[in-house]
Design a protein. Structure first.
Ligand SMILES: [Zn+2]
Length: 412
């Protein structure tokens, strides 16, 4: 976390704070009885999470990734091989059962490696790209926890790319395009990019050979240049196992958040002996790239709802439209409209309470529902609906199908 981000996270609770929005819109909660830093996703939050996940998975499949699914725990032995037990134990949750020690996963990488290693691989099989919404658990000191921004259990939108050395650059280029495409869909158009390289004065601190580092750093820098992406190189900021590109998104309040990371790894391929048979018939070490695009979903969700102050775009809104009958006489007409919207695949709700129409509208505004559909006698007679858009106002009389089409067109 950079200094700027630390400042972002330490700020006082204000109206646009995701914790407040989360409570107002009933999206999630964190409860001491369950445990601090552990998130309970409420029904509406779960709807948003599912939309993001479905979209994410579909886009990955279109982009040549394969989806995988891995367990939440694994034997201690796995983490001994990966080196996590040696370097990361203070952040891991360990337990014992029948004399066998287990670890609650702090990362997904060793599992993806095991899937890759489940059969022999030749150069013809590469690149292999595995993607997973993997939920991990890491111990963080209680004082550092904050809403969804810093938690102890979170879901990474994780991916690992296994490729031959000559495929590394095309893979980085491809991942950069994909990142830009995805972040734009979520309304983030401004980024700051950092290339974290090793500290040349302390090469002993790093895994991997001089040549591996030079090649990987060159690959990342060239890829950024080829894509015309302005970046700042930060020597000494690389992790011990490889250089990386970090993409910080800039939100509507001009705050910077690190989300995307694209990281070479010279450590795990050696520890797990991950190889492929080359054109020469010999075994060669694969190049492994870790890639998280949104980062931690909980954190990305917090940033996203603050970015739009809770006014989620229509494609992400848990309820896209709410049907509001003006009086009890109009409830039957409103029910028909509601059913038709549901049949069109619109996430629609109905407020058939006996409250006044102005109260219903106010409530819908508080819930930040993108479309309010007013059904009165006039509308029933004309077989139309009066549509009101959140933050915009009346947009006139429409047919139900016209509104359904409009909402679908706004989607993504
Ligand atoms: Zn990884």
């Amino acid at each position: 976390m950079n200094v700027l981000e630390k400042k972002n996270e330490e700020r006082e609770l204000n109206a646009a704070d995701h914790r407040l929005i989360g409570q107002q819109l009933d999206l999630f909660s964190i409860n001491e009885e369950v445990g601090i830093g552990l998130v309970l996703w409420h029904p509406d939050g779960t709807v948003v999470r599912r939309i993001i996940r479905d979209f994410w998975e579909d886009e990955h499949l279109k982009n040549g990734y394969q989806l995988v699914c891995t367990p939440h725990i694994a034997r201690e032995e796995l983490w001994r091989i990966s080196g996590h037990l040696e370097y990361y134990e203070q952040n891991m949750y360990l337990f014992e059962k029948d004399g066998e020690k287990y670890v609650v996963k702090p990362m997904n990488c060793p599992f993806h490696i095991q899937i890759f290693k489940s059969k022999p691989r030749s150069y013809r099989d590469l690149p292999v790209r595995y993607a997973e919404w993997g939920t991990v658990y890491r111990y963080e000191r209680s004082g550092t926890l904050q809403g969804l921004l810093r938690v102890r259990g979170f879901t990474q939108d994780d991916a690992h790319i296994f490729c031959a050395p000559e495929q590394a650059k095309p893979e980085v280029l491809r991942a950069l395009d994909f990142t830009r495409h995805m972040l734009q869909k979520f309304g983030f158009k401004e980024y700051r990019v950092h290339l974290s390289t090793r500290d040349p004065q302390h090469s002993e601190k790093y895994m991997g050979s001089e040549q591996e580092w030079n090649n990987a750093q060159k690959t990342l820098a060239e890829a950024l240049k080829e894509k015309n992406i302005a970046y700042q190189e930060t020597p000494g900021e690389a992790v011990f196992y490889g250089p990386k590109i970090d993409i910080n998104i800039v939100d509507s309040s001009k705050r910077e958040w690190q989300c995307t990371t694209l990281q070479f790894d010279f450590n795990l391929p050696k520890r797990f002996n991950i190889t492929f048979t080359g054109t020469d018939g010999e075994e060669h070490e694969v190049v492994m790239i870790h890639r998280a695009l949104l980062g931690a979903i909980e954190r990305f969700f917090a940033i996203s709802i603050e970015h739009c102050e809770g006014n989620l775009p229509t494609w992400l809104a848990p309820t896209q439209a709410i049907v509001l009958p003006v009086s009890t006489d109009c409830v039957r007409y409103a029910e028909r409209i509601h059913k038709r919207l549901l049949a069109h695949g619109i996430r629609a709700a109905l407020d058939a309470s006996t409250s006044t129409i102005s109260y219903k509208i106010r409530q819908a505004e508080v819930r930040k529902i993108p479309y309010m559909i007013i059904c009165g006698e006039k509308e029933a007679k004309l077989q139309r609906i009066s549509v009101r858009k959140h933050k915009t106002g009346d947009i006139g009389l429409l047919r139900t199908e016209e509104l359904a089409k409009k909402i679908k067109n706004e989607s993504i």
